[in-house]
Structure formats: structure tokens, C-alpha cells
Design a protein around this ligand. Structure first.
Ligand code: UFG
Length: 315
């Protein structure tokens, strides 16, 4: 297929673009490189460096079989500080993209949604029919795009799949996480053995969990990429489907740090600090729906996520 990958200069977009090329697809990346890196775009893909609003129409006019939509602002804290930015970049630019798809008759889209659409869960594991009550503008903007996708499917026959990612980690060879502002736990822990930080902070030790720290469901970026390839094939005209993507297992912050110690062989001092505002205690996905419907299963464990991230950041 001829595919447009928005945000293909970013962490997840670049890994998926690489896997799509390996599977024999033709890939064009559309990215303004505001947070992504032009040199992260796989060499077999063409790069159009522009915003979706400026360029989606012209690019899609060339004729495409599908879109994988990763381009987004994705920092929860920043979204609370600058909600307008998140509504504009996430929802506004997605509307421009979807409308260009409608005009140029692009039949399918796979969208990067998030666990943040659920907010503080009433129960775990979270299933796709659970209530969506996002607790920040980032999650709210992603939920709004899920809703718009359902409307574009109903009105214009586009086939859409929203994949709700839980905590994505790991790397794929030379493709990995390179955020200028790094908030995620694994790359932050690995900065200690890399010599860029003295210690890692544990945000909160008084949660109602076994060891008092937050529990998250980590998924390897390569397993996540596999789900995108399956979702692309599964897009059905006029239908919008939502699938959670996690491993179904939870790891506490302390357990993540322990795995980083094992993989790197370094002591990694950890400093206990206060809670980070807005963090739910436990987020674990049920991925039963995507396993049942698309035959997807995670194949890589937390140790392999940390080992691949560690190899990537040292390279
Ligand atoms: N944490 C620390 N120290 C750090 C960084 C993180 O203790 O230096 C903790 C956090 O408080 C949290 C856990 O590690 O309990 C995981 O934090 P991340 O920032 O790695 O990931 P989040 O669970 O906050 O975020 C993920 C996605 C977001 C998404 C969110 C949904 O990365 O895009 O899940 O809640 F919005």
C-alpha cells in the first residue's frame, strides 16, 4: 500500500515507518519536526516537512491507500499548562487531515489514541467499553479525535482504527526515544547509568499498590508496530474500532528501576519524592479484544524493552 505516516520523525512513528517499509509498503512521512527528528525518518521513506494543516491536502492529492496518524503533542503536564495548544495541534490538525482524506478519498486510517482517554479507571484491567473520563487536555483531545473518527467513518465510509496505547517502551535498532523534554520513566532511569543524572526520582511512594509506587502496563514499541500493521489490514469501510494495546501485566516504578539495574549492571540510586499530579495509581490494559479480533499478542517483556532502550541510548 502507499501510506502516509504523520509524525514519522517521532519515536513511535519512526519505528512503525521502518516496519511498514520492511513489510513492502511505500511510505511518505509528514512531520513538522517540531518534536521529531528528520534523521529518525527511515531512509526508504520520503519526508515532507510541514504541518498537517499546511500540507495534508497537497500530499494526499497524490493518491494514498491509507494514513497512520502519530503526529501529536503528547506531554500531559504541558497540556494542563497550554490546553489551547493541545486542542489546536491535536484536534485541529487531525480535522484538517481527516478532511483531506475525505476530499481525496483515502480509505483507511490507524490513529494513535491513548490510555489517557480513560482517566482514573474504576477497575483494571481496562476494557474498551469502560468509561472515558480524561483528567487532562492531552487525553481529552485524543478522545475527541476518536469521536471524530467514528463520525468520519459513519458519514464518509472511511475505515478507522484507534489504538489506545498504554506505556510504550523499548527501541528498534537505531529507532528509539529521543525526546528533548523526557518525562517517561525508562529513559529517565537509564540516564543515571549513562552518566547524565545522579539519581532517578520516584514520584510517590504512598499509592495503594503492593510497594506504594504507581503500576503501569509496559508494551514494547516493536509489538506496538506489529499491531499497527494488523490494524491497517483490518480497517473496514464505514467502521471505526477501538483497541487497547498493553501487555496485561503491571509493573511498579520500583520494579522498573530494578529491571534497569539488572540490565545495566549499575546500582542506579533512586530518590523517593512526592506524587506527580494527575498520575493514576494503576493503569493496566485488557488487550483481549485485539487478541481475539486481530490475533495480536505481545511477544517482548519488560526486560527486553529496557535492554533495547539501553542499547539504543548508548549507540
Ligand atoms: N515516574 C517516576 N519518575 C520519573 C518518571 C516517571 O517515578 O522520573 C513514574 C510516574 O509517576 C508514573 C510512572 O513512572 O507513575 C510512569 O510514568 P511515565 O511518565 O513513563 O508514563 P505515564 O504512565 O505517566 O504516561 C503514559 C504515556 C502517556 C499517557 C499516560 C496515560 O506515556 O502518553 O500513560 O496516563 F498519557
Amino acid at each position: 500500500m502507499k501510506l502516509l505516516v504523520t509524525g514519522g520523525a517521532g519515536y513511535i512513528g519512526s519505528v512503525v515507518a521502518a516496519r511498514l517499509l520492511e513489510a513492502g509498503h511505500e511510505v511518505v512521512v509528514l512531520d513538522d519536526c517540531s518534536t521529531g527528528h528528520a534523521d529518525a525518518v527511515p531512509s526508504g521513506a520520503a519526508l515532507v516537512r510541514a504541518t498537517l494543516r499546511a500540507a495534508a491536502g497537497d500530499v494526499l492529492a497524490e493518491g494514498f491507500d491509507g494514513v497512520l496518524h502519530f503526529a501529536a503533542k503528547s506531554l500531559v503536564g504541558e497540556s494542563v499548562e497550554k490546553p489551547g495548544l493541545y486542542w489546536d495541534k491535536n484536534l485541529g490538525e487531525s480535522l484538517a487531515l481527516l478532511d483531506a482524506m475525505r476530499v481525496h478519498r483515502v480509505p483507511r486510517i490507524v490513529f494513535s489514541s491513548t490510555a489517557a482517554t480513560y482517566g482514573e479507571p474504576e477497575r483494571t484491567p481496562i476494557v474498551e467499553t469502560d468509561p472515558t473520563r480524561p483528567t487532562n487536555p492531552y487525553g481529552a483531545s485524543k478522545l475527541a479525535i476518536d469521536t471524530v473518527l467514528a463520525e468520519y467513518a459513519r458519514m464518509y465510509g472511511i475505515g478507522g482504527v484507534s489504538l489506545r496505547y498504554f506505556n510504550v517502551a523499548g527501541a528498534y535498532g537505531t529507532y528509539g526515544e529521543r525526546h528533548t523534554v523526557e518525562t517517561h520513566i525508562i529513559p529517565n532511569v537509564l540516564k543515571v547509568p549513562l552518566g547524565e543524572r545522579e539519581s532517578v526520582s520516584i514520584f510517590g511512594t504512598d499509592y495503594a499498590t503492593a510497594d506504594g509506587t504507581c503500576v503501569r502496563d509496559y508494551i514494547h514499541v516493536v509489538d506496538l508496530a506489529t499491531a499497527h500493521l494488523l490494524a491497517l489490514e483490518a480497517c473496514a469501510p464505514g467502521e471505526h474500532e477501538i483497541f487497547n494495546l498493553g501487555s496485561g501485566a503491571g509493573y511498579s516504578v520500583r520494579e522498573v528501576i530494578d529491571v534497569c539495574r539488572e540490565v545495566t549492571g549499575e546500582p542506579i540510586p533512586a530518590v523517593e519524592g512526592p506524587r506527580r499530579p494527575g498520575d493514576p495509581a494503576v493503569l493496566i490494559a485488557s488487550s483481549a479484544k485485539i487478541t481475539e479480533r486481530l490475533g495480536w499478542k505481545p511477544e517482548r517483556d519488560l526486560r527486553s524493552m529496557v535492554a533495547d532502550a539501553w542499547a539504543f541510548i548508548r549507540s
